[in-house]
Design a protein around this ligand. Structure first.
Ligand code: NAP
Length: 261
């Protein structure tokens, strides 16, 4: 399929990087469609056109890409959103649509950090069960259920939207959306007498302050490793790098006059 300059770029979104990229593309006058899973009631909306609610698996996404004459796909979903990323690889393959994975760099431990790595959420839940105590759980609403069977710990569960599935017996749910400030994170750890933090290695700045606050207080952090990126999938770490990739694969210089017209 030969792409035309006004054919859209699809951004698989739900992250700040995806929103950043949408701002840049819309600013360049490119046709941009951002896609959201549609499970959060009041999502932060990207600039440009937005669709929501999923495609119906890899086949559904492939059909959508063809029907919309999509020029290229930027998978800017969260590093732990595995299914949509796998679907994007399959759909891009069957339709011949260029695909790039935009993923923010992972956090790295340094200095006073006391990190214990977990291979997945289940392993993290086992580690918490082995330790007990007062746990600050920041792995997101979909993974809270993995900790439901841990009886010897109290959980402060911080989520943007209400958690899914069963909850641990002893808990407090705190609904909030980042970014978070270091002083506030310090205060939260003190107020709830937290002695263990559990997080995914999400990376980025919005939720990084909790790591510094934990390190300063000498608190252990269980960090869930990222799932691997599909082999052979081109990867970039910033929206600027995704823009450069798009210029290359679409062979298209951005038209900055369109945005202001
Ligand atoms: P997932 O398990 O990889 O995807 C499950 C299904 O949700 C997909 O098969 C797809 O449905 C739909 N979906 C997910 N992301 C979509 C998108 N951007 N556009 C259209 N459909 C999407 O995803 P998840 O882990 O539930 O994450 C859902 C969304 O939340 C993602 O967009 C992600 O960027 C964001 N998010 C996830 C996390 C996390 O820790 N997982 C954290 C912060 C934000 P169909 O098969 O019907 O297409």
């Amino acid at each position: 399929m030969t792409s035309r300059s006004n054919d859209p770029v699809l951004i698989l979104g739900g992250t700040s990087e995806a929103r950043e990229l949408a701002v840049a593309l819309v600013g360049q006058g490119r046709e941009t469609i951002s896609s959201l899973a549609g499970r959060v009631k009041d999502p932060a909306l990207p600039q440009g056109a937005v669709i929501s609610g999923g495609f119906g698996g890899a086949d559904g996404l492939a059909t959508w890409l063809t029907a919309n004459r999509c020029q290229a796909v930027v998978d800017a979903t969260h590093p732990f959103a595995q299914r949509i990323s796998a679907n994007a690889v399959l759909a891009a393959g069957t339709t011949g649509t260029p695909l790039v994975r935009l993923q923010r760099p992972a956090w790295e431990p340094s200095g006073a950090d006391r990190w214990t790595m977990a291979d997945d959420i289940g392993a993290a839940a086992q580690m918490v069960g082995a330790r007990g105590g007062r746990v600050f759980l920041t792995t997101g609403r979909q993974d809270v259920g993995s900790f439901a069977g841990v009886r010897n710990a109290w959980f402060l569960i911080r989520v943007v939207a209400p958690p899914e599935g069963d909850l641990p017996q002893q808990h407090l749910v705190l609904r909030s959306r980042g970014p978070y400030r270091l002083d506030d994170e310090r205060q939260l750890l003190r107020e709830h007498r937290i002695d263990l933090l559990v997080t995914k290695n999400s990376g980025g700045e919005h939720t990084r302050a909790k790591l510094r606050a934990a390190a300063d207080a000498g608190i252990e952090v269980i960090v869930v490793r990222r799932p691997p990126v599909a082999p052979g999938c081109t990867q970039v770490a910033s929206s600027a790098a995704a823009l450069a990739w798009l210029d290359q694969v679409t062979g298209q210089a951005p038209d900055s006059t369109k945005a202001s017209s």
